[in-house]
Structures are given as structure tokens and as C-alpha cells.
Write a new protein. Sequence first.
Length: 152
Amino acid sequence: MRYVLISLMVLGMVGCFGPKPLTKVNFLSLPETNNGRALPVHVIPVDESLRVKLERMTAEEWFISDDVNTLTGIKKRVLRGAQSEVVNAERRNDRNDFMVIVDFADVEGADQQKLLIGDKYHRSNDVYVLVERDRLRIVAKSVYDDYMRSSR
């Protein structure tokens, strides 16, 4: 019985320090949002101490998830995105809480939009975000796919 308890404790500890859940975040800037140009999307962790790096990506590449070893030796997820401007993409913790900020600085009459992706989606394998002029919204895969088809 003692060996069983010790085995369960060891497995529990390994589970706590094992691989973190991976989340793929899919962003789509709607054509009317910024005259057909991609918007600068910033994905920022809730915990600012876990900032990772700045990425410059081409508009053809969609958000994917990679594990990156940082200078502190902690593995963090870095999202790279489908925006033609600078994308700041950072990973937070086991729950994958992160803030998505779209900066409308060069769009007349629109301000910065923010969206927290956390509690409800922390175990999701895929999150679909539509970037609109007046808001960011998380949508179902079918809605995202419809927009993808209509924007081609």
C-alpha cells in the first residue's frame, strides 16, 4: 500500500511539472477593419514578468505555438502571428492566460481593443479570434472558417 501511495505522489509531481497544455490561437483581421491591411496584434501575458520576445512576421503566416527556452531557463509559449506589423507574443502560465491587444493607432476613429483569454479557454486546443474595427471576439471554429472562406 505504501508503494502505491508513493507511486501516486511521484506521478502527481511529474504531472505538475510536465508539459503545459498547448493552445493554438487563430486570428483573422476582417478586410473592413483596416482597409484590408493587417492590424498590429499584441499578445501579452497577464503576468508581465514572463515577457518573451518580439516577432516580425509575414501576413501569410497564422498563429502557431512553439516552446522557447528563455534566459531564465523557463520554457514559455511564444505565439507568432499573421500580421504584417510587429507582433508581441508572450506566454504566461499553466492556464495560458494572455491578453490580446489590437492597436488601432493608425485607424481614424478607433481605439485600442483588449481581450483577455483565460479561465474559460485555458484548456482549449484552439481559440478563434476575429479582429473587427470596434471589438475583438472569440468565435466558434465554424464561424471562423466561414469568415476565412469569404475573405479569400
